[in-house]
Design a protein around this ligand. Structure first.
Ligand SMILES: NC(=O)c1ccc[n+]([C@@H]2O[C@H](COP(=O)([O-])OP(=O)(O)OC[C@H]3O[C@@H](n4cnc5c(N)ncnc54)[C@H](OP(=O)(O)O)[C@@H]3O)[C@@H](O)[C@H]2O)c1
Length: 247
């Protein structure tokens, strides 16, 4: 069974991603910073719960130790936890970068030993096209109209971290993805977004990987390094660094 950990899975996209991956037969660990909310979500879903605050190194260490003790490995890690701050000041900057970017590093570093024990290790970062330099400077794109400096900058960092991890860890498939504008608590103030079921399918497509094939996945080839920057693609796309291959 595929062992999957999703951060920030007590609601929104993370919750729905957990639900869809459970349907596909994954053993899902719902990571949530709040134990009550996380336990409730996991119970509803029929998943397991781990307390996991992506900004707290000790919490991250404990969560991965729990998965290690129960499973001995991790097959799929989904960096989904995120915050969107509309203010532009120091405290908001610290919250944005600590959660959206530093959290990716803390959780990835703690998960690497477990991922290396998987036959088909996969990491998906739920990033954002708000972190795309191309999109936010293109007047034809909606991203150019949102003054969300800290969200955009921290998601650009999350995407770049994913690309750099893909380069540094060739045995692990890393992808960053824009799931599409989605109606969740995060976007409620903007009144935008499509149903969460639709956007979670984008994440699930990358989090439910194909089995490795020697011809496609030989060292240095077919490792599906990640990128979230594909000019002209509609919301919900993802693209890879290596040309000619799609998710
Ligand atoms: N909605 C969109 O249109 C959209 C578009 C592109 C990308 N995304 C990305 O998709 C991801 C999910 O967003 P969403 O729309 O589902 O938003 P959401 O409903 O607000 O969910 C965010 C989740 O992240 C959790 N979280 C926040 N800080 C955390 C921390 N320090 N440690 C652990 N969990 C933490 C929240 O937990 P609490 O309940 O405890 O706050 C919640 O479970 C985010 O990374 C977001 O940037 C969303």
């Amino acid at each position: 069974m595929t062992v999957t950990l999703i951060t920030g899975a007590n609601k929104g996209l993370g919750y729905e991603t957990a639900r869809q991956l459970l349907e596909l037969g994954h053993e899902v660990y719902v990571g949530a910073r709040d134990a009550e909310r996380g336990e409730k979500a996991a119970a509803e879903l029929g998943a397991r719960f781990v307390q996991l605050d992506v900004t707290d190194e000790e919490s991250v260490r404990r969560a991965l130790a729990t998965v290690d003790a129960a499973e001995g490995r991790l097959d799929v890690l989904i960096h989904n936890a995120g915050v969107l701050e509309t203010a532009l000041d120091g405290p908001a900057a610290l919250r944005s970068f600590t959660t959206n970017a530093v959290g990716v590093v803390l959780v990835t570093e703690a998960a690497l030993p477990l991922l290396r024990r998987s036959a088909n290790p996969t990491v998906v970062t739920v990033s954002s096209s708000m972190g795309s330099f191309w999109a936010v400077t293109n007047p034809d794109r909606p991203e150019s109209g949102f003054p969300l400096a800290l969200y955009a900058a921290s998601k650009a960092a999350a995407t770049m971290l994913t690309v750099q991890y893909a380069k540094a860890q060739p045995g692990i498939r890393f992808n960053a993805v824009e799931p599409g504008a989605t109606a969740t608590d995060m976007t409620a103030a903007f009144g935008i977004g499509r149903p969460v079921q639709e956007s979670a399918r984008v994440v699930v497509r990358l989090g439910h990987p194909r089995p490795r094939r020697p011809d496609r996945d030989a060292p240095g080839r077919g490792r599906d390094p990640a990128l979230v920057s594909a000019p002209g693609r509609p919301a919900g796309w993802c693209a890879r660094v290596r040309p000619g291959r799609r998710a």
